[in-house]
Design a protein around this ligand. Sequence first.
Ligand code: NAD
Ligand code: UDP
Ligand code: UDP
Length: 321
Amino acid sequence: MRKLHLRKQILITGGAGFLGSHLCDRLLADGHEVICVDNFFTGARDNIAHLRDNPRFELVRHDITWPLYMEVDEVYNLACPASPIHYQHDPVQTTKTSVHGAINMLGMAKRLGAKIFQASTSEVYGDPAMHPQEESYWGNVNPIGPRSCYDEGKRCAETLFFDYNRQHNVQIKVARIFNTYGPRMHPNDGRVVSNFIVQALRGDDITIYGEGQQTRSFCYVDDLIEGFVRLMDSPDEVTGPINLGNPGEFTIRQLAEQVIEMTGSGSKLAFKPLPQDDPKQRRPDITRAKEQLGWEPKEPLSEGLKKTIAYFDEKMRSGEI
Ligand code: NAD
Ligand code: UDP
Ligand code: UDP
């Protein structure tokens, strides 16, 4: 059974996106008031359309690179395009969102004495020389490549969070999120799980970049959101950074084969060039999350894929994608 919480006023930046919309659902279900702030760069009204009539839900269109004044108890800072296609579309805006956005949200948390959560990323580890990645690892990041606007923006945001904590006593919660998938992923943002499922359902070739031997660890969205809430509700001394992800590690080729099998698709594998700076391997060490939050993911890849395939299948049948 879920714990009863005092009703809080909670701001979610990027609340109309993939993860943000699931977080809106979860916090409303827990009885809180949720203000979703989004500029709709990659988010969709569709993701939150079902919440429109909820009296505890409010939607504000705003770009967090500009100051924002409102009164809240907690802030979840998720605003930032997350897929390489999206964050490379306007790389300067991506860095501004991570850096100016963090400064504005931290300024707000400081003024209000509010707790603030940062959606950081496994990309702070870059193409990691340590495997699996522990939070103590400083990373291997190219500062001037096509992925840098995202990786370095998120690294600078972490710096800002820890400096606001040390300098201004702001209560911070920094999560390093590993690849996550589930319903409401964008069908066209080029991320591997959505790409493979949509290609398999359409009977198109499955596009494997490189030889498909690079690895990723995929976390189902509900597991991740549980980790977010546990981190926000953890004792003050738990600041993170804390890895949230599923340690199950698969090659991209294995993922392709599993999607083909589960969809019963006749799609063939098509090998394409590997993008620049594509990390060769990625798997979280989640010892810290287990110890400090009592959290670990529960959903096996096969179960999560089943729900994600069902979501895309329905969207295709209804002609929405
Ligand atoms: P998403 O693109 O679906 O959501 C991001 C949301 O932020 C969108 O709704 C977008 O419109 C909004 N946004 C972007 N720039 C903004 C700005 N300047 N002002 C206001 N809103 C803005 O991505 P997601 O997968 O839901 O990711 C959410 C967060 O989690 C991001 O910060 C991302 O970096 C982080 N993250 C996600 C993953 C993952 O696997 N999905 C992994 C690591 C980290
Ligand atoms: N800020 C904001 N909302 C608030 C409080 C501050 O957007 O509720 C912005 C403010 O415009 C400033 C930034 O957050 O640019 C950082 O605030 P801080 O108080 O740390 O810095 P200062 O205002 O002293 O530069
Ligand atoms: N990838 C792939 N085919 C695709 C999309 C992605 O082989 O159609 C690969 C990509 O090169 C990377 C991995 O899958 O090695 C994960 O890519 P994604 O963009 O989902 O996440 P990230 O690289 O940010 O972890």
